[in-house]
Design a protein around this ligand. Structure first.
Ligand code: NAD
Ligand code: WQD
Length: 338
């Protein structure tokens, strides 16, 4: 059973390729390597014993995308990770983000229809909820006006899927990830941010290993118990497994609607200081950090109501915060000593 994983050499994509191969799927990756490296295919092979086929091109190129689908018309499903994801950069370069994230999706959908490929899993984000009025936030919560062009690409993509499934035989599952962190237990694959990391956990591990001097904690005056913002951190390996479940659900015709939306979180929120404490505990190191002003656009707190995905998908995040940060630390150390 052949699955196309777009963005499959990226962070979440690579972990999902491993999970798919371990469940017996054949995987083809398309990635333009704009935020990842081709050697990830070899790292995946070290874990699973199989090297996924990797085709390097830009999915925003309509002809190349159409040609790819013609050559691989036996694909049974698509997991579409490929996108730009840096919130701050999207504010600086909105058109660059809209073009990449939206044109790629539209090219894929057209090619799927032309080649009768019926199933797509789409990477969405909890960013669509903004600061929810009620916590935990369920899939039924209203979508808030996007804080950034990046967030807007996720909202528009979900709308494109909604419109497209009405007029095609394509079925879609949109998975709204909360905050994915951590790495595969082998430490052969993990998160590899280009340049200075935007996200908390890569910044922590890079500070601890000496690449960054000091972590800036963006504000401790939020209305939360310790004053720092709260997020639902989820282990990337748990997240990857949910994609395999979603693909099976589509292929086995178990979907209840032609577009389904699921939250992927643990249902538990942790503050920035709690993440730092967990890191210091599992790594046995003291982290150099200081409290600075709030970062623009940050919401105070968000965590998932994961009951719908737990009940409907029969999937549940299993790994706790200590395991998440320990695996991120193991990966950082292994990568830097390569
Ligand atoms: P990533 O940057 O590690 O992976 C994305 C991959 O897509 C990269 O390998 C990149 O080279 C590739 N890519 C980008 N544009 C492409 C194009 N036009 N053609 C071909 N390849 C292209 O990011 P990730 O963290 O693995 O995120 C995967 C998906 O999940 C993205 O859609 C992202 O928006 C979404 N998401 C991520 C997070 C997160 O915190 N990491 C949270 C919610 C949603
Ligand atoms: C977490 C917390 C920061 C860095 C982002 C995107 C979101 C989704 C997931 C894709 C916040 C604090 C961070 C630092 C800090 N991605 N922090 N110092 O902002 O919840 O979500 O990634 O869809 O769309 O916005 O994640 O890891 O950046 O921040 O204090 O150097 O850590 O203020 O409270 P965020 P994050």
């Amino acid at each position: 059973m052949k699955i196309l994983v777009t963005g499959g050499t990226g962070y979440i994509g690579s972990h999902t390729v491993v999970a798919l191969q371990q469940q017996g799927f054949e995987v083809v990756i398309v990635d333009n390597l704009s935020n990842s490296q081709a050697d990830i295919a070899y790292q995946i092979e070290k874990i699973t014993g199989q090297q996924p086929l990797l085709e390097v091109f830009d999915l925003a190129d309509r002809e190349k995308t159409a040609d790819f689908f013609k050559r691989h018309s036996d694909i049974k499903g698509v997991i579409h990770f490929a996108a730009f994801k840096a919130v701050g950069e999207s504010v600086e370069k909105p058109v660059y983000y809209y073009r990449n994230n939206l044109v790629s999706l539209m090219n894929i959908l057209e090619s799927m229809q032309e080649n009768n490929v019926q199933n797509i899993v789409f990477s969405s984000s909890c960013t669509v909820y903004g600061q929810p009025d009620e916590l935990p936030v369920s899939e039924m919560a209203p979508i808030k006006k996007a804080e950034s062009p990046y967030g807007n690409t996720k909202q528009i993509s979900e709308e494109i899927l909604q419109d497209f499934i009405k007029v095609s035989n394509v079925h879609a599952i949109a998975l709204r990830y909360f905050n994915p962190i951590g790495a595969h237990e082998s430490a052969l694959i993990g998160e590899l941010p280009l340049g200075v990391p935007n996200n908390l956990v890569p910044f922590i591990t890079q500070t601890a290993i000496g690449i960054r001097e000091q972590l800036k904690v963006f504000g401790d005056d939020y209305p939360t118990p310790d004053g720092t913002p709260i997020r639902d951190y989820i282990h990337v390996v748990d997240l990857a497994k949910a994609h395999v479940v979603a693909v099976r659900r589509m292929i086995e015709n178990k979907m209840k609607q032609n577009l389904e939306v699921f939250n992927l979180g643990t249902g538990k929120g942790y503050s920035v200081l709690e993440v730092i404490k967990a890191f210091e505990k599992v790594s046995g190191t003291k982290l150099n950090y200081k409290i600075v002003a709030r970062r623009e656009g940050d919401v105070t707190q968000v965590w998932a109501d994961s009951s719908f995905s737990n009940d409907e998908l029969g999937w549940k995040a299993e790994k706790g915060l200590d395991e998440m940060v320990a695996s991120a630390w193991k990966w950082e150390q292994a990568y830097r000593s390569r």
